[in-house]
Design a protein around this ligand. Sequence first.
Ligand code: DGL
Length: 265
Amino acid sequence: MTNSETILVFDSGLGGLTVLREVVAARPGAHYVYVADDAFFPYGHHDEAEIIARVVPLMGELIGTHDPDLVVIACNTASTLVLSHLRAAYSVPFVGTVPAIKPACAQSRTRRVSVLGTKGTVKREYTKALIRDFAQGCEVTLVGSPELASLAEAELRGAPVSDEALAAELAPCFVGDPADATSRTDTVVLACTHYPLLLDRLRRLAPWPVDWIDPAPAIARRVSDLLGPRIGALAQSGAEMIFTSNRAHGLSATLTPFFGGRALA
Ligand code: DGL
C-alpha cells in the first residue's frame, strides 16, 4: 500500500509507455498502474461502437479496483472517442491524448503538416474538428496507418521489423517536391502513442528531415497541473503492469525503464 497519489495510465497495448515515461519524470513520487488492454489490441481495427462498449465499463472496473487520483488515456484511438463518455460516467479526472494538430500547425514554416495515426484516429470527427479549428491555413494530410502500432509492439517485444515495412507506412506523410524544402511537409504529428517507440528509425527512414511532434511532454505537464503540488515524499512508490489478456509476457526488463526503473508488481 502507498499513501502517495495513484496515476492509472491506460492504452490498448504498449504505446502508452511513451506517455507514461514522461508522466513518471514529472511525478516521480506517484504510484503507477499501467493497463494494456492487449486482449482487444489493436483498437485501430475496431469500430467506434465496439471501442466505447469495451472501454467505458472496463474503466469502471479499473477505477473500482485501483482507486486512482487521475487516469491518463494514453491512446489517441480511444481518447478521440471515449473521453466525453468517461467524464460523464466517472468523477475521477481524465487526461486524454489527442492529435497535436494545433502546435504542429503553429510551428510549420512550409504550412504542410501530416498527421500519422491509426485508421480509427484519422477518421474521427474529433480529429476533423481539430483541423477545422486549429489548422491556421496549413494543408493537413491525414495518414491512417494500418500496421504501424503492431509493428512497434513487435519491435519492443524483440521481433525486428524491416525498414521496408516501416518506410511503406511512413511514405504518405511526405508531401510535396522532395527537392524544394520551402514547400514540402516539414512537420509530422505522431498521433498514436505507439509511434514514438520507433522514432529513431522513423527519423532515419524519412525521405527528408521533418519535425516529429510527440505530445507526451505536454500531457505530463497537464497531469502535474491537475494534481497540483506533489503529495508525500519524492521517493519512488512502486508500479503495477496489467495486461487484460493475462498472457505471460516476459517483458519486465524491457519495460522497467519506462517506469523510471521501478520494479514491476
Ligand atoms: N496507442 C494507440 C493510439 O495512440 C493505438 C494503437 C491501436 O491501434 O490499438 O492510438
